[in-house]
Ligand binder design. Structure first.
Ligand SMILES: N[C@@H](CCC(=O)N[C@@H](CS)C(=O)NCC(=O)O)C(=O)O
Length: 92
């Protein structure tokens, strides 16, 4: 599905993997930005979310400018996009 989601992530981060699994399950397109390993260099993710942990998503179309916490993100994605899996086009 077309969407404007951006995901800040880090290779090998299990919390990020959880979010990526959900994005894939919901068939959502997203842009991925790898943050630096050093927290001190994570200036961009800190700007958008006020903290340096990943994952963080941006979904401007829905007013999400920088949401941290994988559990919150997964819940948000389900609430916002799970309907898509139930549309007649997909059920066939
Ligand atoms: N509770 C957070 C934990 C996220 C987390 O610990 N992410 C790691 C990488 S897997 C990180 O960015 N480190 C945060 C830190 O070390 O301060 C979530 O579920 O999103």
């Amino acid at each position: 599905m077309m969407s404007d989601i951006t995901l800040y992530e880090l290779d090998g981060c299990p919390y990020c993997a959880k979010v990526i699994d959900k994005l894939n399950e919901l068939d959502l397109e997203y842009d991925s930005i790898s943050v630096p390993r050093s927290h001190g260099e994570r200036t961009e993710v800190e700007e958008v979310s006020g903290q340096t942990g990943v994952p963080v998503i941006i979904d401007e179309a829905h007013g999400i400018h920088g949401m941290p916490e994988s559990d919150d993100i997964v819940e948000y994605l389900e609430e916002t996009y799970a309907w898509y899996l139930l549309t007649p086009e997909r059920i066939g």
